[in-house]
Design a protein around this ligand. Structure first.
Ligand SMILES: [Zn+2]
Length: 181
């Protein structure tokens, strides 16, 4: 990676080499702590030796400093895409499609490692995964709205009844009975 790259944070810090894992180098900004990694470097790292891909760490709490604004690629200045890591109010990572670069804000790489996703970035960035997360996010927002409207107790009771109904062989008849006056 170009050694004269500057971060797009307000301090415009210089990006310096940093090891993300054994044999995986990225470039880190000394001011904001963000990191730029080439997907080609990641692919070579992953293909080299599966055993050096770090495993998930249970219950590790990681503070992530996700910048909410759009970011410019330090290499080509194009706008980077913001991609979900999981559904819900979580952080996003930035990708430059042209340069195949990923940007991790401070704490994001560590959070990815801790969730056991360090070796699955290609999957994480795929259209299928991103679409699934989006669908899940919509579903969760709808559920949260229902809970606000009817209250947790009501929705929990509804879930309990639904679960029970699903175990009944005559589920549809029972539902029809419920609706009949
Ligand atoms: Zn770029």
């Amino acid at each position: 990676m170009n050694p004269t790259l500057k971060c797009s944070c307000p301090a415009r810090g210089a990006l310096r080499p940093v090891a993300l894992a054994e044999a995986l180098l990225a470039a880190q900004c000394g001011d904001c702590g963000g990191m730029l990694m080439g997907m080609d470097d990641w692919r070579a790292w992953k293909a080299g030796d599966e055993d050096r891909v770090p495993h998930a760490v249970d219950d590790e709490i990681i503070e992530v400093f996700d910048a909410t604004g759009v970011r410019h690629c330090p290499e080509c200045e194009r706008l980077m895409q913001r991609l979900r890591v999981s559904a819900g109010p979580d952080f996003r990572i930035d990708r430059c499609v042209a340069c195949q670069n990923l940007w991790f804000d401070k704490g994001e790489w560590r959070a990815i490692v801790s969730r056991g996703l360090a070796g699955r970035l290609d999957e994480l960035l795929s259209d299928g995964w991103q679409r699934r997360l989006q669908t899940e996010e919509v579903r969760e927002a709808r559920l949260a709205a229902l809970r606000r409207r009817y209250g947790d107790e009501c929705i929990d009771e509804l879930d309990r009844i639904r679960a029970w109904l699903d175990t009944q062989p005559h589920r549809d008849e029972l539902l029809a009975l419920l609706r009949a006056d």
